[in-house]
Design a protein around this ligand. Sequence first.
Ligand code: C2E
Ligand code: MG
Ligand code: MG
Ligand code: MG
Length: 282
Amino acid sequence: HAKATLGQRMCLFEPGLLARHTEAVELDQDLDQALVQGQFELHYQPKVALESGRIVSFEALLRWQHPSRGWVPPGQFIPRAEASGSIIAIGDLVLREACRQARRWRDAGWPDLTVAVNLSTVQLYQADLMARVQWALSEAGLPAEALELELTETGLMEDMDAAADILEHLRALGVRLSVDDFGTGYSSLAYLRRFPVHALKLDARFVKDLESSDEAEMIANAVLALAESLSLDCVAEGVETEAQADWLRARGCGQAQGYLFARPMPADQCESLLAHEYVTRS
Ligand code: C2E
Ligand code: MG
Ligand code: MG
Ligand code: MG
């Protein structure tokens, strides 16, 4: 045991670790610059109705074009932005731009189209969340029902009582709510009942392993049953194959997202897709 501890301590002097630390510090500094210099962009990925194959909504996904590193994936910079607090300003930018984009699409001939925005856990528990959401909506001239907020299951579980209260307020505003990455956080039925959400998003890891893992299949079945019993929509994430789509469709999963249908893309490319694949949310 002593040896293991010593081993871990010695790791502090491992050159790779120092390099990673330096890189993280640089990334933090660059993140502050990114906002000012307009290096963020939103891409959008459709949510598709599994029965008809048509588009129901678009999820906004943040992209960072770093001046020297190129595209930095959100999985790398969002945790840094959460740790430094800059996620508040970044998240605000996403919220406002997504609302404006939804307004443009609705004006361009898709009057019922909705847009989904991912909220960081840090934003969720921020005291002025409601005011920021309301401001983004009114600035864009967007009705609340055109906006969907995606909250992660693990984020909601950090403080379930507070989360239930916040969700009630958001719901009263009229926005749609969904639980992202569902199945990973082990939330209990009792708490889920207290969250006034519209949809559960089945986490991609279970979809990915549907064909190879009995456990993934079991969890996917359980999530679908849970959604059904609470009268919630279920949206499967990360659908890449016809076999996965067939499996989900056969079990009554209403919607899906994934490379099988479309990758996240810039807003202008969404319009040609919409022209062929749009369906009004029932
Ligand atoms: P998420 O909200 O669960 O988004 C789904 C992720 O899966 C996206 O990754 C999407 O590009 C990717 N994806 C979609 N279909 C497929 C597929 O068929 N196969 C595979 N392998 N992947 C697929 P992305 O864009 O890298 O985003 C990762 C995560 O970063 C998101 O997970 C979300 O948690 C977070 N994120 C993205 N944009 C924002 C944002 O504006 N604000 C916040 N707070 N978080 C964001
Ligand atoms: Mg999401
Ligand atoms: Mg997800
Ligand atoms: Mg995810």
